[in-house]
Design a binder for this molecule. Structure first.
Ligand code: BEZ
Length: 256
């Protein structure tokens, strides 16, 4: 995970947002890690996916922008290597055969810089496999929160928070960075949130940047107002869903 200004609660992340790792496991098939390959997990969070890559026999290193995530990843998997780094500006001592990134790149508002850094970090012939929010991601969810903010007299956040590109826009950036686009998919993935408090847990975990204009003691009322607005569209048969839309890519650096 990486986002300046976002505070990460690693306990809440591991307790109620395991779907992030679960869906990330789909990417492993595309990554197809081979024993002995060096692989970078870009935005490793608390390290669960990093560990799954390592189980394939690859030599994996996890990187995250958030010190709290790196610390928790090291505690979860002391046998693995994790370091703190910025997806938009990192250098590696030894290039990787592949870079994987799950549910991270929407946090970085300078995607060209991410792609330059990833390209630099790959060996010739290396592959980059990533999934993150694409155009339309959390359209209903964020509109409900913004409407709740407005109804209670709060201003929306001042700047764009997330980067959810269209497939065409992202393909253009990938090619400009030098990659060959082998696969690019843009698809809906309604994502089941854990339990009766799924939506408020999601907002607590990820929605902080939307609530910067709400004083801490008014946040519970804001969240209740958001729940009321979103219940007709995102709550079905006793379960909250986030209206996720994913962009998934497999791209290659030329063999040289
Ligand atoms: C996502 O995984 O799509 C996401 C997570 C947190 C904030 C925004 C989007």
């Amino acid at each position: 995970m990486s986002e300046a200004g976002q505070q990460w609660d690693t306990g809440l992340y591991d307790a109620h947002h395991s779907f992030v790792t679960r869906y990330g496991a789909d990417l492993l098939d595309l990554l197809n890690p081979q024993p002995g390959e060096r692989i970078l997990d870009l935005g490793c969070g608390t390290g669960h996916l990093t560990q799954q890559i390592a189980a394939s026999g690859a030599t994996v290193v996890g990187m995250d922008h958030a010190a709290a995530m790196v610390e928790q990843a090291r505690a979860n998997y002391p046998q693995l290597t994790f370091f703190q780094g910025n997806a938009a500006n990192f250098q590696v001592d030894e290039p990787f055969a592949a870079v994987l990134s799950n549910a991270v790149l929407h946090w970085v508002l300078t995607p060209e810089r991410v792609l330059q850094s990833v390209y630099r970090a790959l060996l010739p012939g290396g592959r980059f496999v990533a999934e993150f929010g694409g155009q339309g991601n959390i359209g209903l969810l964020s509109a409900g929160i913004l409407a709740a903010l407005s109804s209670l007299g709060y201003s929306p956040p001042p700047h764009p928070i997330w980067y959810f590109p269209s497939p065409a826009a992202y393909a253009t950036l990938l090619e400009a960075a030098g990659f060959r686009v082998a696969l690019l998919a843009h698809f809906d993935r309604p994502t089941r949130l854990d339990g009766e408090h799924g939506l408020r847990n999601w907002i607590a975990m990820f929605g902080g940047p939307l609530l910067v204009n709400v004083p801490p003691d008014a946040r519970a009322a804001l969240v209740e107002a958001a729940e009321e607005r979103l219940r007709p569209t995102l709550y079905r048969d006793g379960v909250w869903y986030a209206d996720y839309v994913r962009l998934r890519v497999v791209v290659l650096k030329a063999a040289g």
